[in-house]
Write a protein that binds this ligand. Structure first.
Ligand code: GLN
Length: 418
């Protein structure tokens, strides 16, 4: 299948101007100050090359849906993505093969087990694509298991998510390749289950390479926000994956991204996220910020101790929990005015089903109001219509026409017809 990036200028460099004087920087500085003193956790050393890192390193970055960049601490320090690569390769596999095909090969259930668990469900599939076993299978699905070109494709798409050319840390790759026999064993287990495509060693090598891609917390924040806003990198303007694929990746991250801490994470942080053993955490608050944190010491579930603490504070203090409900649904009605027999309704924002329900109930009032014979609806300030909203809105216009009310829709930007 043609990837959406084919034929476009790939990997345009993201322009990352920092919002230095913003009070949002103060928020990140406060969080950094609160977690710096925490000294629990151990730096991962089962991949020998990872053990050489300074355990006191800390960096955090956040990117808004409009592409505004905030970062404090060692935000330019490179580290390897490790498991943070998994949701992006999953997104790529889903984009290429479709959701159902991918899940013929790998499950979608939180395993409640560590990242390196020996996992195979009753159908021979690893339990989910966020644990190593499932991630190796997912990598094997990309590019139809084709030899050679697959990793370059993965690197190119992950670079488009970051808006910057990502490179492999060859030393970390070699170190994992020399010692990663458990991952090879997980690959053979999936081969025995009939779900891994192509030779195990090739899948495992490409998996090791994706884990060894070097990133900064800024890169993670850009990658995170690209998923959070539905697949378009707000810094480069490139569509990297479809809106639906981005949603699938966020769903898997929210149920399985934090391994055997997924439930606790959902309760206390509530932001789809993915951690890696190098000490990074990527968090994508749906429709809101992308966040990247880096601090190498890990808890016994393999998640960065200070990273988890920082995201707990960020979520709690700054309303990023995805199940936080607004005190009132945002109103799509910008203004209503009447002159003579004409009612003028101006709408604004994104019109989804919930917004459309508010609009049609307001328009329906006109039918019982004998003073109004004409309704004009202005969509100039509307950013988009969902399909469900479109149907509801059209049905209400028909109702008004049947009741003898004239209607006119002003849609200068054509949002109503997509
Ligand atoms: N490359 C690491 C491994 O396969 C990734 C694990 C992780 O980050 N949790 O063991």
């Amino acid at each position: 299948m043609d990837h959406p990036l084919n034929g476009h200028s790939r990997n345009a460099e993201a322009h990352r101007a920092m919002e230095d004087d913003s009070p949002v920087m103060g928020v990140l500085e406060k969080i950094q100050a609160e977690v710096t003193g925490m000294s629990d956790g151990e730096v991962a050393d089962y991949i020998p090359e990872l053990a050489h890192v300074d355990p006191d390193t800390f960096g955090i970055a956040a990117v808004s849906p409009h592409g505004r960049v905030y970062a404090v601490g060692e935000s330019e320090r490179l580290f390897t993505m490790q498991s943070i690569s998994k949701p992006f390769v999953y997104a790529l596999a889903v984009e290429e093969r479709g959701l159902d095909d991918v899940h013929e090969h790998v499950g979608a259930e939180p395993s409640g087990e560590p990242f390196n668990a020996i996992s195979l469900d009753e159908r021979g599939r690893p339990e989910n694509p966020m644990i190593n076993a499932g991630a190796i299978v997912t990598t094997s699905l990309v590019g139809a298991g084709e030899q050679g070109a697959r990793f370059e494709h993965i690197r190119s798409v992950l670079s488009a998510f970051a808006g910057r050319e990502l490179m492999v840390d060859e030393q970390v790759h070699r170190s994992e390749s020399e010692t990663g026999h458990r991952n090879r064993a997980l690959g053979y287990l999936s081969l025995s289950g009939g779900v891994l495509v192509g030779p195990v060693e090739e899948a495992v090598q490409d998996y090791f390479r994706q884990c060894s891609l070097s990133v900064t917390v800024m890169d993670l924040a850009v990658m995170a926000v690209t998923l959070a806003v539905g697949g378009v990198n707000p810094l480069t303007g490139e569509r990297v994956v479809s809106q639906r694929t981005a949603r699938h990746a966020l769903s898997i991250m929210s149920s399985c991204g934090m391994y055997d801490r997924a439930g606790e994470w959902g309760l206390r942080v509530g932001i789809p996220a993915k951690s890696g053993v190098s000490g990074g955490i990527l968090a994508s608050a749906p429709g809101a910020f992308g966040v990247g944190v880096f601090s190498p010491p890990l808890d016994d579930a393999g998640n960065s101790v200070r990273g988890v603490a920082a995201l707990e504070r960020l979520s709690d203090d700054y309303d990023l929990h995805m199940l936080q409900t607004p005190s009132e649904p945002p109103s799509p009605v910008h203004s209503v005015s009447r002159s003579g027999g004409t009612l003028d309704v101006r709408l604004c924002g994104e019109i989804d089903f919930l917004a459309a329900e508010q609009v049609v109930s307001r328009l329906a009032e006109v039918i019982d109001d004998s003073r109004v014979r004409t309704v004009t609806v202005e969509l100039e300030k509307v950013s988009g219509f969902s399909d469900a909203a479109r149907t509801l809105f059209a049905a209400e216009l028909d109702e008004l026409a049947e009741a003898g009310v004239d209607t006119a829709v002003s849609d200068p930007r054509g949002v109503r017809h997509g």
